[in-house]
Ligand binder design. Sequence first.
Ligand code: WTA
Length: 658
Amino acid sequence: MSNEEQELEARLADQEYFRPSPEFVGQANVSDPAIYDRFDDFPAGFEEYAELLDWDKRWDEVLDASNPPFYEWFVGGELNASYNCVDRHLDERKNQAALRWEGEDGTQRTLTYQDLYREVNEMAAALQSIGVEEDDIVTIHLPMVPALPITMLACARLGAPHSVVFAGFSASALAERVRDADSEYIITIDGYYRRDELLDHIQKTDQALTEVEHDPQVLAWTRHDDARHEIDEEYTMVDDLLAEHRREEVEPVSRAAEDPLFLMYTSGTTGKPKGCQHRTGGYLAYVTGTSKYVEDIKPEDTYWCSADIGWITGHSYIVYGPLALGTTSLMYEGAPDHPHKGRIWEIAERYDVDIFHTSPTAVRMFMKWGEEYPEEYDFDFRHMTTVGEPIQPEAWLWYYTHIGDESAVIVDTWWQTETGGHLITNLPALQDMKPGSAGVPAPGIAPALYNDAGESLESANGQAGNLVIENPWPGMLQTVYGDDERFINTYWADFSETDSDDWHDWTYKAGDGAVHAQDGYFRVLGRLDDVMNVAGHRLGTMELESAVAEVEAVAEAAVAAREHAEKGEVPDVYVTLREGQEESEEVREAIVGAIETEIGPFARPANVLFVADLPKTRSGKIMRRLLEDISNEEELGDTTTLRDPSVPEQIREQIQAG
Ligand code: WTA
């Protein structure tokens, strides 16, 4: 640990704990610590989550671990995710809201469970009519509109795994994902609102189609009757198809528990995103269980997770977990500060939100805007969540005081796209809150810290190490789509005996660093690999670098994470130029433009720095960590392994001079 880390650790060790209120504890879904003992019975404890679902056929075996790391959960079981999120609620609550949606332009829509049932069935019939069959991968490129969960659930109904691509991704990023999954279908929409502008979204599909070799069919939803963008006549309009399939019902396909439910692409340490493949039974059981125990969701709640469904948080904790529990899940289309900085709290008041779920980036932004905005509105959260990044104790305290009114309980949940659901988090009624710490392992989860040599650090000794998970769990990814080898190399090879078929020899590497404090709480420090966390979005430095390398003037590029007060991290791009090229505003713009085209505007770099040379080891590997030291104005780390140890100092001087 650096000095700075040690100081922070000392400060955090003294951090006060906050106790959940007796009112909260009295009503919580879980208030008996015996839950941990039940889940200690591994893997049988996880049946408690599976039992929250309706199965067409019960499983014969909880876990088949005979071929690690290709674990199989609830083997022999069959179920349908759409049935579990929709149909099974009709008897008891068909007139209760399943989704409440607010458009940025103020449009409001409520879909009861009955409405959702109708729309999901009609969409499933529409998908069937264009040829979608069980096991076809359907790419969904939709923003935060009801069409998104409707399409996901329609796919799930047919047993067609969906691959949702975040709407903010560029045409090229969309094309890459369509290509990797060899997907024959793209579901998109004409446009959506962002800061009053109806964005032309469908052009990304137009462009993506020119970048894939095969010829996917396109289905287009419409956001607005009178604002249709120019739409390719080859595309099929969803509205037309729905009219043809009015009130049709589609029998939910019984899926084996291990059949894939969806792919979610995520950044890694190479330039190519990985398609994390999630199973139907284990995933749905895990997110339903954690939605109930960690999020404390009850059917009568109004629950609002402000993430985008285009990321894993939205899949697990806007769509699948909450709807499987039969609650009311709220969605908002637009920008949080549009048309004013009180928009979030205005919505919270309008719908009487009980549970609020957001990211530390959002909290830091709210904090910067000031408490006068939430103060203007009358809302009363019982429970709040943060996810996606470490939260600084200062931001936590502000959230607790000004948003939670010192009465809402907060859970800081650590998990990943790969893990499906929360792995480290307190159960809200059972542990005291400690600002800045994710907390204790979720029931049945076995996190530990290893040193780089793969030795386990003593539990709860306050040292920093590699965060690993020693037992499998039902929410874990099945594999990287189409690439079992990459799955093993990325997550398992470092800390497992890969020739063993005893699952105890296999350990999942999270790629994060963490500290396990004496009180048993884990504090996650952040990524140890070349993955950045920009405003809660995961970005691989290699993906950014490959985009920059497309610019003709560029010889070499390296991306370093610069710490940023609000966004957590932002990318700094260091480039060397080809012979005869000169640094100029044009080249800078070309570099920024390349990143926007290849990935999307949300990945835009903070700085483009032209340098004479990049720090490299003798074997030619770029030492990004030294660039990070420069970006963050920290002391330079070890430079002795560099081919030319003077390079980082030169860069620093050059930057200071420039
Ligand atoms: C980081 C988001 C600290 C971590 C669900 C992880 C966190 C990456 C926390 C996964 C937290 C997530 N405290 N860091 N509570 N939650 N992270 O795949 O670095 O988008 O590896 O999944 O976010 O990001 P992903």
